[in-house]
Design a protein around this ligand. Structure first.
Ligand code: UGA
Length: 438
């Protein structure tokens, strides 16, 4: 099938590349000529395991093209809109990029085209886009909502092996075309769910908010474990083995970040308000998460009393492992708190240091308060404590003797519960984690 994808962010780029990989004829469009040039050269502008290899293979076989022009839309059967829908100041999703893209598509598409909204959009957006496009063209077209459930770091695999594909539509032609498009990815037990556009839009937000709630729940229970003397790892295993609860997404940490959960939680709360209700559980999820981002700072403060003149070393600044993405990462909150309290922050991350350094240099006082290192042990020299922020594999079995030699004081603040308590204590460290019995 001839497919155009508008927007080469995470979702657009991964979807476009994977559609090409399963045999479709894909053109990815972006307004940024620099990005298009990088992509045409077979390089990925984002760090995503496995993506570059697929890019190169499909460019070579001529199934995947990149362009700043909307020309390919003229002959495309399906046109995916995968542009950003960032948070506005009031928490609502900003749909300006989506509207702009839809207007460009309206000008170029041919009669009978299917416009597929892949961006995460509030309930009712498909109908709004239908109205907008209708007012700007006489051509007939179809509107589909096809939310994406891929995770950064495992995006290619998530796309190629989806738990399910969700399709919102309002006519059989569009439903059949989407079934044809996704046929190679839909297997027994991993179905394609057809539903209304409204339900598909809601499904995406409900999924992300539920997952965010799971994380805030476990983080809150971890806090209670700290106070009551229980151990969150034991509790997590104890509850996760109940299939109704499930063992995934139950890891306590420094609070969820990224480009999706924080924004989608806010957007769903806003949709609820628009509909005259308050989503109490989701509001609590956000509140707990904001507190959680500072949990380790509180532990550092109660250990040292005063951190003026001290230096702390972050291992990891990405919002999770296997990505260079630092959007809404708890490392930002932690760094700001420490610098405001008079401390300095050294940091090392295998992939996200460039992005973090750029961000720090744009924030008042943070450029002087933070220092980048390109080796995890060098970052510890003359530092008053190691703080793990991201669960990169290279941090999980470090040389504890080396850490002790480098630090001024042997203390580890483990926001990701990476280490075995006995091992760290035996190695002579003071140790603080999230909800673990020490
Ligand atoms: C999330 C969803 O998981 C995807 O299904 C969805 O498609 C995507 O948003 C999106 O809407 O585009 P992503 O933001 O890439 O994916 O990252 P996650 O793996 O979900 O992690 C989000 C945050 O939760 C991270 O900060 C992570 O460290 C944290 N987390 C995750 C925990 O603290 N504990 C866990 O057990 C799991």
């Amino acid at each position: 099938m001839k497919v155009s994808v508008i927007g080469t962010g995470y979702v657009g780029l991964v979807s476009g590349t994977c559609f090409a990989e399963i045999g479709h004829d894909v053109t990815c469009i972006d307004i940024d000529p620099k990005k298009i040039q990088i992509l045409e050269d077979g390089k990925s502008p984002i760090y995503e395991p496995g993506l570059e290899e697929l890019l190169q293979r499909n460019i070579k076989s001529n199934r995947l093209k990149f362009s700043t022009s909307y020309d390919s839309v003229k002959t495309a059967k399906s046109i995916f809109l995968a542009v950003g829908t960032p948070s506005s100041d009031d928490g609502s999703a900003n749909l300006n990029y989506l509207k702009d893209a839809a207007l460009c598509v309206a000008k170029e598409m041919s009669d009978g085209a299917i416009i597929v909204i892949k961006s995460t959009v509030p309930v009712g957006t498909c109908e709004m886009i239908r109205d907008l496009v209708s007012k700007n063209t006489d051509k007939k077209f179809h509107i589909v909502n096809n939310p994406e459930f891929l995770k950064e770091g495992t995006a290619v695999d998530d796309f190629m092996r989806p738990d399910r594909v969700v399709i919102g539509h309002s006519d059989q032609f569009a439903a059949d075309a989407m079934s044809e498009l996704y046929a190679p990815l839909v297997r027994q037990g991993n179905p394609i769910y057809m539903m209304s556009n409204l339900s598909a839009e809601m499904t995406k937000y409900a999924a992300n908010c539920f997952l965010a709630t799971k994380i805030s729940f476990i983080n809150e229970i971890a806090k209670l474990c700290d106070l009551a003397g229980a151990d969150i790892n034991e509790v997590r295993e104890g509850i996760g083995s109940d299939r109704r609860i499930g063992s995934h997404f139950l890891y306590p940490g420094p609070g969820y970040g990224g480009s999706c959960f924080p924004k989608d939680v806010k957007a769903l709360m806003y949709t609820a308000k628009e509909n005259g209700m308050t989503l109490k559980v989701v509001e609590a999820t956000e509140e707990v998460n904001e507190e959680q981002k500072k949990r380790m700072f509180e532990k550092i403060m109660s250990y040292y009393g005063d951190v003026k003149g001290k230096t702390f070393t972050f291992w990891g600044v990405a919002f999770k492992a296997n990505t260079d993405d630092i959007r809404e990462t708890s490392a930002i909150t932690m760094a700001k708190e420490l610098v405001a309290a008079g401390a300095k922050v050294n940091y090392y991350d295998p992939e996200a240091s460039d992005n973090f350094e750029k961000l720090m240099s744009s924030l008042e006082g943070m450029s002087e308060g933070t220092k980048r290192f390109d080796n995890k042990y060098d970052a510890l020299t003359n530092s008053d404590g190691l703080v793990t922020m991201t669960e990169w594999r290279e941090f999980t079995s470090p040389d504890f003797e080396e850490i002790k030699t480098r630090l001024n004081k042997a203390v580890i603040f483990d926001s990701r519960n990476l280490y075995k308590t006995e091992k760290v204590l035996e190695s002579g460290f003071d140790y603080f984690a999230i909800g673990k019995r020490i």
